[in-house]
Write a protein of this length. Structure first.
Length: 283
């Protein structure tokens, strides 16, 4: 919108010119001539983009078209998502350090030796563990498949946020949540993985291999058990995300829960591959 042209009057005081023996254009000598000059301010083109921002002191600190409106102290959707992702990174760093310490203890204990008076030398007392490899491979496939399914859910949740403004418009038929079927599929696959883990422990117990049988079996139960506990946390978060529709939560909340849980779930999948490789190749 172009700005209005403003005119400004200026008073200019000029000394009289001395012409014709001291007279200046009919004025007496020494008389100052007062003339009016007109200056025109250069017109400016105002930049568009909405109205004013928030005005301090007004109720709610709301603004015009250019302001965000509402409560400025409430973080936006993007800011909330960034904060939760940052918190997830901090949590995963602690989980990483936990399993690094487990790995260090595993390697040191496996390389340890005790003195054998019979052979007059140090010998290893590490007893290799016979793993149910086929069952663990099936569990690995289930967990990787669930990770791919949850990635679909994460992308569909982002689409739900984009379509949220037009869901309630007359004549427009849009599903309120495209991510829900993928979420419940991931939950089912996660429960299937935990069931496979329980069955693997059951197979070891049938061979009289318990937590206290040997050091290698202790590490197997500890590593897989701690991983399973962390995976249960991811399943509970997905169950909450699946219930947000019935709890009348906005799609932004569901998208944040699914996004953070998806990255957590992907990390759990990579961590399981690492644990399986450690137990298999470092037996």
């Amino acid at each position: 919108m172009a700005a209005f042209q403003h005119q400004r009057s200026q008073i200019v005081i000029q000394p009289a010119r001395r012409e014709n023996h001291g007279k200046a254009e009919g004025y007496p000598k020494g008389i100052a001539v007062v003339s009016r000059g007109i200056s025109i301010r250069v017109p400016r083109t105002s930049r568009g983009g909405g109205g004013r921002g928030p005005t301090p002191g007004w109720p709610g600190n709301g603004g015009g078209g250019g302001g965000r409106g509402g409560d400025d102290h409430m973080p936006s959707y993007g800011e909330r998502l960034r904060r939760y992702r940052l918190g997830l990174m901090l949590a995963l760093s602690s989980v990483t350090m936990l399993f690094v310490s487990f790995t260090t203890a595993y390697v040191v204990r496996k390389a340890g030796a005790v003195w054998d008076p019979t052979s007059n030398d140090y010998v290893s007392n590490w007893v290799p563990l016979t793993l149910p490899v086929r069952l663990l491979v099936v569990d690995t496939f289930i967990l990787l498949l669930s990770s791919f399914v949850l990635e679909f859910a994460r992308r569909r949740a982002a689409e739900d946020v984009a379509l949220a403004p037009i869901v309630g418009m007359p004549g427009i038929r849009v599903s309120a949540s495209h991510a829900l079927p993928w979420i419940w599929t991931t939950v089912a696959l996660g429960v299937g993985f935990l069931g496979g883990q329980g069955y693997a422990w059951h197979q070891l117990r049938l061979t009289n291999t318990t937590f206290a049988t040997s050091t290698s079996s202790s590490f197997f139960y500890m590593l897989t058990g701690v991983h399973a506990v962390h995976l249960v946390g991811g399943i509970l978060a997905l169950v909450y995300a699946g219930m947000t529709t019935w709890l009348h939560r906005p799609p932004e909340t569901r998208r944040i829960v699914i996004d953070v849980t998806a990255w957590y779930w992907h990390f759990m999948g990579l961590l399981w591959i690492y644990i399986f490789a450690l137990l298999y190749f470092a037996r």
